[in-house]
Design a protein. Structure first.
Length: 407
């Protein structure tokens, strides 16, 4: 999600440090994790929808609702984050990427977590939770080692996001084991992802927009990062922290309202409407538009105007999933040597995920049509990631090309 420019590849077109033997899938971090995330987005959602409609027990003693929430936040989303970080961190630090067998091992650890939670009755809740909880701390250790070794201290805030996610995941499991409420830890995970998007979005959206406009000789560039952005991010972090700890407090409503206004102003400063001809860019601005909408939802929820679950879904589907699909498509194209322009299939996947993001919270707000709207949202979600897999699966699994640009 940060601006990423690949180093000049050596003769043969393969960047330094990448595995040149073995499966192409494990040559670069984005390949297995974006592919795994896309497939799991389809499979986990299909299982959840099937479970709701047929009553089939999913995840045994872990509980279907807990499993669904966990796999969206810590299964699908953590894979996308891993694919991004394992591709971005080497570009930030100048160090070699995780590739080949070590990458395959890390991906295997993520897969083991998915299987363990589906086999809780066989393994036992505790062992399944322990197996699943290993992935994020391992990813954290890898990223922290690289950032520290590369002395890129400003990027430690991204490592901080991984710390929050690791803690949220462990406490989510502990709450399930204790038969306690998991909502606080779901909010903590969502808050960590939104924080990362606020930080990263401020670097990639104006940068990508400026670069695209510059190609056409235009000068109506976005406002570059300045103190306003810093204040906006800090206000957003304060609102998220208040939401995590006291979601129904008037102070949360006040801070979230301010954050919503500031982030909308921030988005307008990036002049996203100028990128309309290129859907690969437009979708980044649309995804970020869910940030101020999400803060408005937090404020409304704190005042009792809406329930908690519409707010959770605005942030989880609107902010997180939309931004992640946007980043996966752009990074996959850029790092497999494709032009940075959206195909009709890619554009259709964006329409589907945005539709899912709008319908899912509406299902909670209009309970009379809950099942219809929730099913429609789930169907659009599955369509979005099915389109992603159809177009990008072969790129990720089979094609080894020298990278062109950004992620």
């Amino acid at each position: 999600m940060f601006h990423m420019r690949s180093k000049s590849p050596p003769p043969g077109g393969i960047p330094r440090g990448l595995a040149t033997t073995g499966p192409v899938l494990f040559s670069y971090g984005f390949r297995p994790f974006f592919l795994g995330a896309g497939l799991w987005a389809i499979g986990a959602m299909a299982a959840w929808v099937a479970g709701l409609s047929t009553g089939i027990d999913i995840a045994g003693g872990y509980g279907a609702a807990h499993w669904h929430a966990h796999e969206m936040l810590f299964g699908f989303s953590s894979a996308v984050l891993a694919g991004f970080l394992l591709t971005a961190v080497p570009n930030w630090t100048g160090r070699l990427p995780v590739s080949g067998l070590p990458l395959a091992g890390l991906f295997g650890l993520w897969v083991a977590g998915r299987l363990a939670l589906l086999a809780t009755d066989l393994l036992g809740l505790m062992l399944a939770a322990v197996i699943e909880a290993l992935f994020l701390p391992t990813l954290l250790a890898i990223c922290a080692r690289e950032v520290i070794a590369g002395r890129k201290w400003k990027d430690l805030k991204v490592v901080g996001g991984l710390v929050l996610l690791s803690c949220a995941n462990v406490h989510f499991h502990l709450a399930v084991l204790a038969n306690a409420n998991v909502d606080t830890f779901a909010r903590l995970a969502i808050g960590a992802y939104v924080m990362l998007i606020m930080i990263v979005g401020g670097r990639i959206l104006p940068s990508f927009t400026r670069n695209w406009l510059n190609k056409f000789g235009r000068s109506d560039f976005p406002t570059p990062y300045n103190r306003f952005d810093t204040a906006t991010i800090l206000t957003g972090i304060a609102a998220l922290a208040s939401w995590v700890l006291t979601p129904e407090h008037v102070l949360t409503a006040a801070i979230a309202t301010i954050a919503s206004v500031l982030h909308m102003a921030r988005l307008l400063r990036w002049r996203g409407w100028t990128t309309y001809p290129e859907k690969l860019l437009v979708v980044l601005h649309v995804a970020y538009a869910f940030v101020p909408l999400g803060f408005a939802g937090i404020a409304a929820g704190a005042l009792g105007a809406v329930g908690e679950y519409p707010v959770l879904h605005i942030l989880a589907v609107g902010v997180i999933a939309c931004m992640m699909l946007a980043v996966m498509t752009r990074a996959s194209r850029g790092h497999t040597g494709r032009p940075l322009t959206a195909s009709p299939i890619t554009s259709a996947s964006y329409v589907a995920i945005i539709g899912a993001a709008l319908l899912r919270p509406l299902a909670e707000i209009v309970p009379t049509y809950y099942h219809v709207l929730a099913a429609a949202s789930g169907t659009l979600w599955i369509c979005a990631f099915t389109l992603f897999i159809l177009e990008y699966g072969p790129m990720l699994a089979c094609n080894r090309r020298s990278p062109r640009g950004a992620a």
